[in-house]
Structure formats: C-alpha cells, structure tokens
Design a protein around this ligand. Structure first.
Ligand code: G6P
Ligand code: ZN
Length: 543
C-alpha cells in the first residue's frame, strides 16, 4: 500500500457556513484546497476502522472530489465506505443511508441550491452518526484544524469505477458502490399511504408536475412518482441530473423555478406542482395558480399529520427556525404540543429530533422535514402533500384557504439583496445592533416596537449557546421584521429581510402579501437604511 504524505499550508477561508464549506469550483480546484478540508475532518474525528457514507448532488467536480476523498479515507484508516452509484446521493438519501447502516458519519458533496458547473459552486459537508449535519462544536473543531494543518495523507491508487454497484478494495478499506435510490424509496413507503396516493395519481382526475431542475432528485422522483406510484411518464420534468443543472439555478422558488411556475399558472394547469433543489432537500409546493409559502406548508403539514400513516399517532412537538413565520405556532398551540424556535440552519433541529422532542420541523427557506432522517427532505414534503390531497379530496388552494380561515393568515415575505458589498452589509448589521437598545416602545406609523434583540439560542438538550443569529424587531400586534446575513452565499454578502404580519380577518386573506406587508417593508427601510447600505433600489429575489 502506497500512502503519500503531502505537505500543505492552511487556507484562511475554510470556515463552514450555515451548511458546510461552500466555495466556487475554482477555489476547490486550487491545489490542496479540498484535501486540506478533508484531512481536517479525518484529523478531528476518529474515523479509524469506521464506516462512512459518501455521495453528492452530481454537480461539476463531484466525481473528482469523491475519488480524492476515497483515496484519502483509505490512507487515513477508514474501514469501509458506502458510496452512491455515479457518486450520487441526495442529501436526505445520504442521511437515510447513514442511519440505516449505523455509519459513523458521512461526507456530502453539494452546494445545495447554488448554481453548478466549472464557473459555479461546490461544497462539502460532514454529517454525524445521527445522519444530520455536524453541530457547531464539530464544524468549529474542523475549522480550527484547517488553520494549522501542515500535511495530508492520500493513497496512490487507480480511480474506483463508480458507475456500477459492487464491492471494491482500496488499500485496506472496503468500498461499496450502492444504489442511491432504493433505500430512500423504501423509507418513503414506510411513511406514506402509497396505495392511496397511487389511486389519486392514476385516477385521471388529478395531474401533477414535478420539476427536478436537472438536479439530484430526477432519478428519485421518476422512481417514486412515475414507476412506483404510476403517474404518467413526463410527470417529472428536467429529470436528468446535469453537472451544471442545465445552466440553471437549482433553487425551488418562484424566481428560479420559472418553468414550473409558468406551467402551474398557465392554461390547462395541473392540480399540483412541486420542485426541489440541487441536492434534494428543499421543496416548493404549488397548487393550480396558487403558491404555498414554506411557512404555511409547515403549519399545514402539522395540522394534517394525523392523515398520514407515519404520523397518525400524533406529533411529539414541532420546531421552526426563528425567521420562519409563526403560522405553525398556532397549530401547535391548538394541538397542545411544544413548538421550538431555533436559529437558521437544519443542524439546530438535530438535538430536538434525537431527544424525541419534535417530530416535524421546517424553515422559511423552503425546507421541511421530520424525524425520519436528520436533513430536510424535498420529496418527503411532496409526498406528504400528496398524501393529504389524496386523503382530503380537496385542492391545494382549498386546503390552504381553509387553514387560514381556521387559524388566521400569517402574511409572509423574504426580501433578499444578493451579492452586495460584504463590508457595507456588515456595517448595516452593526448599526442595527447599536440601535437595538433604544427601539422598544418607539412608534413607526401605527406600529409600536414591543421588543428588539439579536437572537440568541440556548439548545435545550445540550445547553450550547449560539449568539448573533439575526436582528429581530417585534411589534405589539405580533408583526415582525428580521434582518440576517446569509451564511450560504459565496459572493459578497446576501442581506435577508424577513417580514411577517398576522391577519385573523378572513375577509382580508386575499391581499397580495407585498401589499399586506407594505407598511413593514417601509419600516424595514426606515430602520435599516437598506438602500443606502446595499446600494440597491430593490431586492434581487422576493419569496
Ligand atoms: C441551507 C440550510 C438551511 C438554511 C438555508 C438558508 O439550505 O440547510 O438550514 O435555512 O440554507 O441559509 P442562509 O444562511 O443562506 O439564510
Ligand atoms: Zn439543498
């Protein structure tokens, strides 16, 4: 066995963000960049003799990175690696495989919803034994290691053929190339009423369109909707994963999933539309000419969970990230279950899920999931909706409107200012922090500030504290404005402004959210001086 030890020097910028280390492909291709980070993972965690899972969303550089990581794992004494065929594993499927095989952890290669290709982004994320993203103490330890690293180990060996299932040996490490789809489909079958969904999809009275945006869910969606559930061929569009996602931006929202939106808002629109992102953990849900906000989606899944076999015995509790609307809080209170508020980032749900405190959780950023894995799960959310639609026999719009009637409507919108100057964005946030102590009681038009703070979270399970998680300004009528800098961007800074108001009066539920939220949008500008700091007249993306 020929193990090479290569000298290296640290890169200052290897601090993982909201969801792992994300950089442009060009940065990852610079000599030693990937290797330094991977060696830091092996140096931080004792993977000797352990089983790891590896796979990615199929984007450009996925295959090369996997070959490098396999050889480094072999050189570092890893016992066994399960790798998805073709190097493919959606993020939720990776979580499922880690859990099912009781693996030590896994390495997921993805930059999620960021564009791919030689000029796009790449990313790497370490997941722990529960199948979820490493908690902050682990990512911080990995980062600390990247800052002092001086060498890495790699096995001199030929590449493994990733394109057919089978077992291989690399040095002393076993490599198993596994079917990336089958274990995930099996898990979905154990949660949802596939017979009932299949009856709906083959009834001739219901049509759906699933847009995989040329990203990882293509093969999963075809296997589930077309092959297993009997939906007609062509139900899944853009279903062939491409290294550059066909030049698109694989983010399932109203702006980037334009083709799907045009179909669902066009003549002869289908009854149900859904999209998922680059690595398959996000989802967008549409009815005919109707958009379901992720915050409402979480609330509606919670209110209807009793209709779904995997959740019919009730929910232990629910959780949402802080900027997600409080729609789910109202359902939780009606169900008399706990509702937790966590910082942005799926990793914060892990402890609550492991401790059995929550069953469902979700984020405004088009993520929803449950205790079935430890990642958010795009196709799971689509199946959950289909199960509810099949059980209730109503349209998406009827279900959402009925929900608002019962619980009131939380108008919600997020305004993103992408790729703005990072220094100016930080100045904006610093200035906001300095204003916080004096905002309470202040009047902005009819809105009076009830509280203002920089969100700090104490994990109820391990007591760890995460500070500076977003500037919150709450008003006496329950409205909120939140300011945060994204932790997932790779160019400049992305300023996110989250806006929420509550409307109990059903006669006002038809308002366009931008109209309903107009006073808060004005107040956000007045308090934060967004235009001055970003140099932008309007947000880049409104969701
Ligand atoms: C990823 C994470 C989510 C997070 C989202 C937005 O998808 O998995 O947990 O909500 O990014 O994060 P950001 O820091 O960009 O607002
Ligand atoms: Zn993703």
């Amino acid at each position: 066995m020929n193990i090479r030890t290569v000298s290296t020097t640290p890169f200052p910028d290897q601090k993982p963000g909201t969801s792992g280390l994300r950089k442009s492909v060009k940065v990852f291709q610079s000599p030693h960049y990937l290797e330094n980070f991977v060696q830091s993972i092996f140096d931080t965690l004792n993977c000797q003799g352990q089983t790891l899972v590896i796979g990615g969303d199929g984007r450009y550089y996925n295959r090369q990175a996997i070959q490098t990581i396999l050889k480094m794992a072999a050189a570092n004494g890893v016992g066994r690696i399960l790798v998805g065929q073709g190097g493919i594993l959606s993020t939720p499927a990776a979580s499922c495989v880690i859990r099912e095989n009781k693996a030590f952890g896994g390495i997921i290669l993805s930059a999620s919803h960021n564009p791919g290709g030689p000029d796009g982004d790449f990313g790497i994320k370490y997941n722990v034994t529960n199948g979820g993203p490493a908690p902050e103490k682990v990512t911080e330890a990995i980062y600390a290691r990247t800052q002092v690293i001086d060498s890495y180990k790699i096995l001199e060996a030929a590449d493994i053929n990733l394109d057919r299932p089978g077992s291989f040996v690399l040095g002393t490490m076993d490599v198993e190339v596994i079917d990336p789809v089958a274990p995930y489909v099996k898990l979905m079958e154990s949660l949802f009423d596939f017979d009932r969904i299949s009856t709906l999809l083959t009834s001739g009275n219901f049509r759906m369109c699933m847009d995989s945006l040329h990203a990882v869910t293509g093969p999963y969606a075809k296997a589930i909707f077309e092959q297993r559930l009997g939906a007609p061929a062509g139900t899944v569009i853009n279903g062939v994963p491409l290294e550059d996602f066909g030049g698109g931006h694989p983010d399932p929202n109203l702006v980037y999933a334009r083709e799907l939106v045009d179909i669902l808002y066009g003549d002869d629109a289908p009854d149900f539309g859904a999209a998922s992102d680059g690595d398959g953990d996000r989802n967008m849900i549409l009815g005919r000419k109707f958009f379901v906000t992720p915050s409402d989606s979480l609330a509606i899944l919670t209110a209807n969970a009793h209709l779904v076999p995997g959740y019919q015995d009730g929910l232990a509790g629910v959780a949402r990230s802080m900027p997600t609307s409080a729609a789910v809080d109202r359902v939780a209170s009606q169900l008399s279950i706990d509702c937790y508020e966590t910082p942005t980032g799926w990793k914060f749900f892990g402890n609550l899920l492991d401790a059995g405190k929550i069953t469902l959780c979700g984020e405004e950023s088009f993520g929803t999931g449950s205790n079935h894995v430890r990642e958010k799960d795009g196709l799971w959310a689509v199946l959950f909706w289909l199960n509810i639609l099949a059980a209730r026999g109503e349209s998406v719009e009827q279900i959402v409107r009925g929900h608002w009637q019962k619980y009131g409507r939380n108008f919600y919108s997020r305004h993103d200012y992408e790729e703005v100057d990072a220094a100016r964005a930080n100045e904006m946030v610093e200035r906001l922090r300095s204003l916080l102590p004096n905002l309470k009681g202040k009047l902005f038009g009819n809105y009076q500030v009830a509280y203002s703070d920089d969100f700090s979270y104490t994990d109820p399970i391990d007591g760890s504290v995460s500070q500076k998680q977003g500037i919150r300004i709450g008003f006496t009528d329950g409205s909120r404005i939140i300011f945060r800098l994204s932790g997932t961007g790779t160019k400049g800074a992305t300023v996110r402004v989250y806006l929420e108001s509550y409307e109990p009066d059903a006669s006002k539920h038809d308002l366009d959210p931008q109209e309903a939220l107009a006073p808060l949008i004005g107040i956000a500008q007045e308090i934060a001086q967004i235009r001055e700091f970003t140099g932008r007249e309007a947000p880049t993306v409104i969701t």
